[in-house]
Design a protein around this ligand. Structure first.
Ligand code: FEO
Length: 169
């Protein structure tokens, strides 16, 4: 079934939202690198890469369904953060926002009886649960560290070793 224009439009907007998330996490990674937290910086660089891959999933679905990809301007992300805790709290808030977007797209695919898009979106619904949990858990770890430099050094080292598998895909 060829994509109808309503679903196509929401998918194009979601490509933009995923690319913005990629840009946001890349900006966070750069700030963390500058703040001498290379482990967290590496981790957020990986998250940025994952968001790019999410955008490609939406793009490829449009192409597979003979739809038309329309790339939109990507908003500039913030470049200044208060602390590593602020970075992770903002990432968690952003994931919660993306979950709302995905749920909204899903509702639109149901209204348009687009079953193929719904099957594709199931992966994202599961992914959002994992990503919100991932950032929530890191935030909890940071709160236990509570600014102690030795503990933060250890956590940073640990974050740098977390693989893509730990972080979800
Ligand atoms: Fe693509 Fe982390 O949502």
């Amino acid at each position: 079934m060829v994509l109808n224009s309503v679903v196509e439009n929401t998918f194009n907007q979601q490509i933009n939202a995923e690319l913005y998330a990629s840009y946001l996490y890349l900006s966070m990674s750069a700030w963390l690198e500058h703040a001498d937290l290379p482990g967290f910086a590496r981790f957020m660089r990986g998250q940025s890469q994952e968001e790019y891959e999410h955008a490609m999933r939406f793009l490829e679905h449009i192409e597979d369904r003979d739809g038309f990809v329309r790339l939109l301007p990507i908003e500039a992300p913030p470049t200044e953060f208060d602390s590593v805790e602020d970075v992770i709290a903002q990432a968690l808030a952003h994931e919660a926002h993306v979950s709302v977007l995905i749920n909204d797209i899903y509702r639109i695919t149901v209204e348009n009886e687009d079953h193929a898009a719904q099957v594709m979106l199931h992966w994202f619904i599961t992914e959002q649960v994992e990503e919100e949990k991932l950032f929530r858990d890191i935030l909890a770890e940071l709160r236990k560290v509570d600014g102690q430099s030795d503990a933060l050094l250890l956590l940073d080292r640990d974050m740098g070793n977390r693989t893509d598998t730990d972080a979800g895909t």
